[in-house]
Every structure is written in structure tokens, then in C-alpha cells.
Design a protein around this ligand. Structure first.
Ligand SMILES: *Cc1c(COP(=O)(O)O)cnc(C)c1O
Length: 368
């Protein structure tokens, strides 16, 4: 049995950590990509104290509405067509506007002031160079939207907020604060600002503005390069586990698995674990990768290296350090308290975001 256990208490704890760090800002909790793989339905009840949620696609926004989320929903890539703009109005979704066609759809079809779509997140490209208007474009778009009756939030996105001293951070902050000041002076003092993702919340407390947009931090991963999740007092919102399905001893010089990648230096006790890349455990993983085995006999925990190639349905681990009596139905933690998903991501040459998002539908899902 492979199991993904979502921890509502951890989500609420992590949200509170964000609120403590950004006490004067509203929180748009990012739940795009099925809540970073955790499942939107599983996380929304634990995020009730957020002021809104953020998603990437209209489908995700409608799913959240269907699940009963009544507060703000921010659509961070905005509408993809005039028809989607109308659907956003119908379901009171607040959209990002990042290019000319979206601006025209909004100007041709203005929702009443009471409709949440009347609040527009106007995207300013401060240096990421993906979405957004340049400084000139943002001023002219803001003027036209304001005159049409829209309420505005100037928004931008950091390219390097995880690395505090990266020179682009200061430049993005400078561009953002100066254009926001100009908009407030020349168009309306009521225009709000939104700059920070999770890393920005941690690294740039002076620049939280009116709305912060945390994602990964809510799920208990560290968003910054120089501090671990433990150092930031974050709790893992997901535990990914499986079970031992067989125990074996391989002889010295015998190899294990596809490609015979791992060869035993001495006689070695091993366990087969019922999980693989078909579940979302990364196939390419370094020799430092490990799991935690919790012996079903006495609940003692053991750190056990992953050996041999990760296959679709199983992995092999070295259980030499566990007692001979290790129970066959013992639980194997792939990530959770130990190892943290950040560590596994490091061993797989990727980031926690990707490991979380690419979990497959095969594991059972539960809450704990
Ligand atoms: C995904 C996203 C975020 C959250 O990023 P994290 O690094 O997970 O905190 C914030 N803002 C925008 C526009 C996003 O797309």
C-alpha cells in the first residue's frame, strides 16, 4: 500500500507562520496545480483563515468555487479568451491582466463594482520577463481600467527571491515601488500592491505590501536557499509512505535491480518497498537517498539507504541497520518528517515543488 497523508494541522500551522511574518498583509494562499499535489479539496478546510486563494487556470478556479470556497479567488494567468473573462465574472473570480487582449476584454465587459472580478491584479514585468506590461504599459492600462471603474492591485513576481542577495531582487523592488507610488499619485491612492511569493515573505519583510502570495511555504517546504524548513519552523503538510513487501539477503558481489546498478560489498539484508516512479517517487536519485523504516513491532525508526534503480512499482532499500526481527508490514516513509521532501528533491536534482506536483493518482489519499 502506498499512501499520501495530508496534515491539515500542519497546513494551518504554516499559514499562521506566514501571517506572523506578514501581519499587515492579506494572504492569497496559492493552491494551483491541485494545491501543489496535495489535493485542493484536502487543503481548503485548513486554509480557511487565508483571505483568498490563488490558482493558475479557470478550471482550477471553478473547482475551488464548487468546493464551496466563497472568498477571493485570484487567477494568476488571467483569462485566456473573452469567453473565459465572462465566466470569471459569472463566478466572481479576480483575474490578473498581463497583456493587451486581456485588457480589451476587461474594458469591453465591465462587471459591477460589487462583483469580485471588478478587482483586477495588474501585472507589471519588473525583471522576470515572462508575464506583464512594461512601466509605460502598466501606467496606461491602470488609467484606462481605473476610469472604467475597476479596483486595482499592482502585482509582480520575483525571479530570485529564494536567494536574498541576488542583484535582481533590489532592482525588481525598486521598479515595483516606484511604479506603485506613481500610480497612487497620479491615478488613485487606493491602488494596492502585491509582490511576495513564499521566498519574498521570508526574505523581504519590508516589502510585503497589501497582499502576499505564499505557495510552497504553506506545504512545509523551505522557499529559501539558506534556511531549512526546520529552521523556519515549518511542518510537512504531506507524508508519502509505502510498506515493505518482502525481505531478502543478497550475497556479497550480487547486484540488484535494472541495470545491476548496485552491487553488494558484503552479504546485505534488503527490503523491497511497494513504491516507484509510477507513484511519483523520483527515478533518478543519488546514492545519498534514504527512507525511514518504522518497525511495526515496536515503532522504532531506522534510516535506510535506497539501493539499486528505482523501478515503476518498487524500490529496494538496505535494512542492515534494522533488527533481524523487522516486521514485513513495516511502514516506509519516503518523505514527511524525515526525510523532508526538500532533502529528497536535493537527492533527485530537483525542487520540492516538482516532486509534489508530479505524484501520480495511484497512491491512496488520506488525512491525518
Ligand atoms: C505560484 C505563484 C506564487 C507562489 O510561489 P511560491 O514560490 O510557491 O511561494 C506566487 N505568485 C504567483 C504569481 C505564482 O504563480
Amino acid at each position: 500500500m502506498r499512501t499520501i497523508t495530508i496534515k491539515p494541522k500542519a497546513l494551518t500551522h504554516n499559514l499562521n507562520q506566514v501571517k506572523q511574518r506578514a501581519p499587515r498583509s492579506k494572504v492569497l494562499a496559492m493552491v494551483k496545480s491541485n494545491a501543489y499535489g496535495h489535493g485542493v479539496a484536502a487543503v481548503l478546510p485548513a486554509l480557511q483563515q487565508a483571505d483568498g486563494i490563488g490558482v493558475a487556470t479557470l478550471t482550477e478556479a471553478l473547482e475551488a468555487r464548487q468546493l464551496g470556497w466563497e472568498k477571493t479567488i485570484g487567477l494568476v494567468e488571467g483569462a485566456f479568451s473573452a469567453d473565459e473573462w465572462q465566466q470569471a465574472i459569472d463566478h466572481e473570480i479576480s483575474c490578473v491582466i498581463h497583456h493587451g487582449p486581456q485588457l480589451e476584454w476587461a474594458l469591453q465587459n465591465v462587471p459591477p463594482a460589487s462583483n469580485a472580478t471588478n478587482v483586477v491584479w495588474l501585472k507589471y514585468n519588473t525583471g522576470m520577463n515572462r508575464l506583464g506590461f512594461n512601466a509605460e504599459g502598466v501606467l496606461s492600462a491602470a488609467k484606462r481600467l481605473h476610469e472604467a471603474g475597476y479596483q486595482l492591485i499592482l502585482a509582480t513576481h520575483f525571479a530570485n527571491a529564494d536567494d536574498h542577495d541576488h542583484p535582481l531582487n533590489a532592482m525588481q523592488i525598486e521598479r515595483f515601488s516606484s511604479v506603485l507610488a506613481t500610480l497612487k499619485d497620479t491615478i488613485s491612492p487606493d491602488i494596492l500592491g502585491s509582490l511576495c511569493n513564499s521566498a519574498g515573505v521570508v526574505n523581504f519583510p519590508e516589502y510585503h505590501y497589501d497582499w502576499v502570495r505564499p505557495g510552497i511555504i504553506l506545504y512545509g517546504s523551505s522557499p529559501v536557499v539558506d534556511k531549512s524548513a526546520q529552521e523556519l519552523d515549518l511542518q510537512p503538510a504531506m507524508e508519502f509512505s509505502a510498506q515493505i513487501m518482502a525481505l531478502q539477503t543478497v550475497n556479497a558481489n550480487d547486484s540488484i535491480g535494472y541495470g545491476s546498478r548496485w552491487r553488494a560489498k558484503q552479504d546485505t539484508r534488503t527490503a523491497l518497498v511497494s513504491v516507484g516512479y509510477g507513484d511519483g517517487y523520483p527515478r533518478v536519485i543519488s546514492d545519498d537517498a534514504y527512507v525511514t523504516v518504522i518497525d511495526a513491532n515496536d515503532n522504532h525508526s531506522y534510516r535506510c539507504p535506497v539501493i539499486g534503480r528505482v523501478a515503476m512499482d518498487m524500490i529496494v532499500i538496505d535494512v542492515s541497520k534494522t533488527p533481524e526481527s523487522l516486521a514485513i508490514d513495516s511502514k516506509v516513509m519516503l518523505w514527511g518528517d524525515a526525510p523532508r521532501v526538500d532533502e529528497v528533491a536535493g537527492h533527485a536534482g530537483t525542487i520540492s515543488y516538482e516532486l509534489l506536483c508530479r505524484l501520480s493518482i495511484r497512491p491512496n489519499r488520506t488525512q491525518g
